[in-house]
Design a protein around this ligand. Structure first.
Ligand code: TYM
Length: 343
């Protein structure tokens, strides 16, 4: 059976959204609406794998939904919802907890990074996190998942879980008269010049919400002045910009800023260097600051307006939740029969 081209992606409401989230994911959600059925989820159940103050979680959930919409995700064409509204995510995640192996989870670099030396003392949810992520995607039999580079390993695990489920339950799937490839083998969509946006202070560190320095990232709620200042103060080496992409090798800060310019202007790094190669930062940084302000400041304004309009945001999430639940229940109905649960 051919699976219809369906896109699923999720963002955690666990604090400040930043330029990496926008360029690596949210911005790329928009054009996919023209070619795919698109489902975009605020993954609040993933967020509580580390402590979230409940009121802050509610606010952050609305902030992510507002970012989707301000960026151009249309809640009528796409399904926009928060994960906890659709209980089938938790239900399928449990089945996957019993399919996946602890060794697979222990190998996840994001778990190792987040748990650090404290791995006995983090939540059990943090270890099982990728199993819930696989459930998010496979509940909708999504075939394509747009994400940043840091999610690659989680998507490989999603493929492993799908394959092991299809294999472990092969006889039962056939017995129930269902397609032997019950879960699709999902394709990650990790492409373009901005799959890994780096810190503005240190080009070897990923831009992240957990960096203690606010100067390291551009928040999607920053105003024009803050955006411009952060770009102009970004760490760089003293050399001028190279004429070819090859020349960015070994220059992480330059590579990062050129990548940001390319992503914001829908160009390739080669095209950006054709314009700025041979020039110094005195020319490039103000051009990048203008471009970033022109694109991001209006979006920040729209996000701020939407976040305050909780009635509208909550209605969008509720409507999306109902549409998502209808799709999710179709899959879960089959999964229960496959596994041998009586209803
Ligand atoms: P999260 O919430 O950490 O990040 C959301 C998205 O932003 C991307 N991203 C970046 N891209 C480029 N450069 C960066 N510096 C950068 N930082 C973050 C992430 O790759 C991601 O695409 N586990 C996921 C959420 C999730 C999910 C899913 C994603 C849960 N279920 C199902 C896809 C499908 C996460 O923590 O993303």
């Amino acid at each position: 059976m051919a699976f219809s081209p369906r896109v699923f992606s999720g963002i955690q409401p666990s604090g400040d959204l930043h330029l990496g989230n926008y360029l690596g994911a949210i911005r790329r959600f928009v054009p996919l609406q023209d070619t795919h059925e698109t489902i975009y989820c605020v993954v609040d159940m993933h967020a509580i794998t580390v402590w979230q103050e409940p009121n802050a979680l509610r606010r952050a959930t609305r902030e992510v939904a507002a970012a989707f919409i301000a960026a151009g995700v249309d809640p009528k064409r796409s399904i926009v919802f928060n994960q906890s509204q659709v209980m089938q995510h938790a239900e399928l995640a449990w089945v996957f907890n019993c399919v996946a192996r602890i060794g697979w989870m222990n190998r996840m670099t994001q778990f190792k990074d987040k748990a650090g030396k404290n791995s006995e003392n983090v939540s059990l949810g943090l270890l099982a996190y990728p199993s819930l992520m696989a459930a998010d995607i496979l509940l909708y039999k999504a075939t394509a998942v747009p994400v940043g580079d840091d999610q690659k390993q989680h998507l490989e695990l999603t493929r492993d879980i799908a394959a092991k489920f299809n294999n472990d339950y092969a006889a039962s799937i056939v017995e129930q008269g269902l397609d032997p490839d019950f879960f699709p083998i999902t394709e990650p969509l990790i492409a373009g010049p901005a799959t890994r946006i780096m810190s503005l202070r240190d080009g070897t560190k990923k831009m992240s919400k957990s960096d203690p320095s606010d100067q390291s990232r551009i928040s999607l709620l920053d105003d024009a002045d803050a955006i411009s200042k952060k770009i102009k103060k970004a760490t760089t080496d003293p050399a001028e910009l190279p004429v070819e992409v090859e020349g960015l090798k070994g220059r992480p800060e330059a590579d990062n800023l050129v990548g940001i310019y390319a992503a914001l202007s829908d160009k390739t790094k080669t095209e950006v260097l054709a314009e700025f190669g041979g020039h110094g930062w005195g020319k490039f940084k103000p051009a990048l600051a203008d471009l970033a302000v022109a694109q991001l400041a209006p979006m920040a304004g729209e996000m701020r307006r939407l976040i305050e309009d909780t009635t509208t945001i909550d209605a969008i999430l509720r409507d999306g939740g109902e549409r998502a639940a209808a799709l999710a229940e179709k899959t879960m109905h089959d999964v229960r029969r496959i596994v041998g649960f009586i209803r």
